[in-house]
Design a protein around this ligand. Structure first.
Ligand SMILES: NC(=O)c1ccc[n+]([C@@H]2O[C@H](COP(=O)([O-])OP(=O)(O)OC[C@H]3O[C@@H](n4cnc5c(N)ncnc54)[C@H](O)[C@@H]3O)[C@@H](O)[C@H]2O)c1
Length: 355
């Protein structure tokens, strides 16, 4: 490896700027290559960030011996094959969430990580938000006591991005795998990664993508097709852990809700904590309840900060300065939970682990 970590980006779509900007701001990194099926899109990003090498075939990019590491930011259906190919080519890989489409793929990535000895970091960017870092510190110091309950919602009234997001063969599912992965992982991580015991979930296809709705602006991917949608509108679940703790979650792309909602709450024997919509702590001192409001620049997830912290952490892990806090094993566990919820919803039964 040269003095700087040479990084390549696979997939130069919507989210790629968050990674590219953060790599560009890291003095230990040299942006070396970009790859996208859409050559013009890749060329535009290369020009924007001054990146010398442009590919449309990711395998050709991975054959470059100068390349040290890649970010995988493509459709979910390609995450497994690309990260395995990267690891087998001797490159470190940061895979944007979700890790992949199913548990089998996750286990294959885990095996590739072990045989390569390279870093595989799962892009659970919300772990790297300042509010999550502060929350973790308070939790690790015992402020909440044992956490026995968590509750998370990520509800969009009208927020199915369409395109590949709405095509189950390319995405693996709808709001559960796209949004649920963030909030379930965040709760699970802050709860101390307890082992999952059972999952009981429901998925609903009732409203579709609500493409009929007028006078309401929402993000739609460039290839939005009002007729094309094979993913769920809503998913909910109760996840029970071996230590007796439980997590209740609901997520939607379409719902007759009064407003969008993002909440992440954790409850312990000594205190509570809300991470979203803004970080706050709940304590009981001298027989009095305290709601504690940390004084911070941002109490909610700040994407610029979160992605920069995530990329800096990945770079440090690649350079051998630290172990990643978001390893492939966590991706495997999350895929078990997400796939368990889908399976439970489809079969209308509780799923027991290990399956
Ligand atoms: N906060 C987050 O962590 C966050 C936010 C948004 C998206 N994402 C994830 O990022 C990934 C990409 O999402 P997006 O919104 O940028 O989608 P996008 O459609 O805007 O971009 C994806 C890009 O991948 C390219 N691509 C697809 N298959 C390819 C292949 N075989 N080889 C090379 N390029 C290929 C496409 O041409 C496209 O340019 C998804 O996995 C999504 O879940 C994460």
């Amino acid at each position: 490896m040269g003095e700087k970590l040479k990084v390549g980006m696979i997939g130069t779509g919507m989210i790629s700027d968050t990674h590219l900007r953060a790599y560009a701001a890291n003095p230990g990194v040299e942006l070396h290559a970009v790859c996208d099926l859409n050559e013009q899109r890749a060329r535009d990003k290369a020009a924007k960030y001054g990146i010398p090498n442009v590919y449309t075939d990711y395998r050709a990019m991975l054959a470059d011996p100068l390349l040290d590491a890649v970010s995988v930011c493509t459709w979910n259906c390609f995450h497994a094959e690309m990260s395995i190919a990267a690891l087998d080519a001797g490159k470190h890989a940061l895979v944007i969430k979700p890790l992949c489409m199913n548990v089998e793929e996750a286990l294959s990535i885990e095996r590739a990580t072990k045989r390569s000895g390279k870093v595989l970091q799962v892009g659970y960017v919300r772990r790297f938000g300042t509010n999550a870092i502060v929350a973790k510190k308070f939790i690790d110091e015992g402020e909440l006591g044992p956490i026995y309950y968590a509750k998370a919602s990520c509800l969009r009234r009208l927020g199915n991005p369409g395109g590949w997001f709405a095509d189950k063969d390319k995405s693996g599912g709808g709001p559960l795998i796209d949004l649920g992965v963030h909030v379930i992982d965040l709760c699970w991580y802050l709860m101390g990664k307890p082992k999952v015991k059972t999952v009981s979930g429901n998925t609903y296809v009732k409203l579709g993508n609500r493409s009929n709705v007028r006078n309401f602006q929402t993000y739609r991917s460039s290839d939005f097709d009002p007729a094309g949608n094979t993913v769920e509108d809503l998913a909910n679940a109760i996840i029970r852990f071996e230590n007796g703790a439980s997590l209740v979650v609901d997520v939607s792309f379409s719902l007759h809700a009064k407003k969008d909602e993002l909440t992440v709450k954790l409850f312990g024997e000594k205190g509570g904590l809300e991470l979203e919509p803004e970080l706050s702590l709940v304590a009981e001192k001298h027989d009095t309840i305290l709601n504690v409001s940390p004084q911070m620049t941002s109490l909610t997830f700040d994407p610029n900060n979160g992605f920069q912290n995530e990329i800096d952490h990945f770079v440090d892990a690649c350079l051998g300065r630290r172990e990643t806090i978001s390893p492939v094993e966590d991706g495997v566990e999350m895929m078990k939970i997400l796939c368990g919820i889908y399976e439970s919803g489809a079969k209308q039964t509780e799923i027991h682990y290990p399956v």
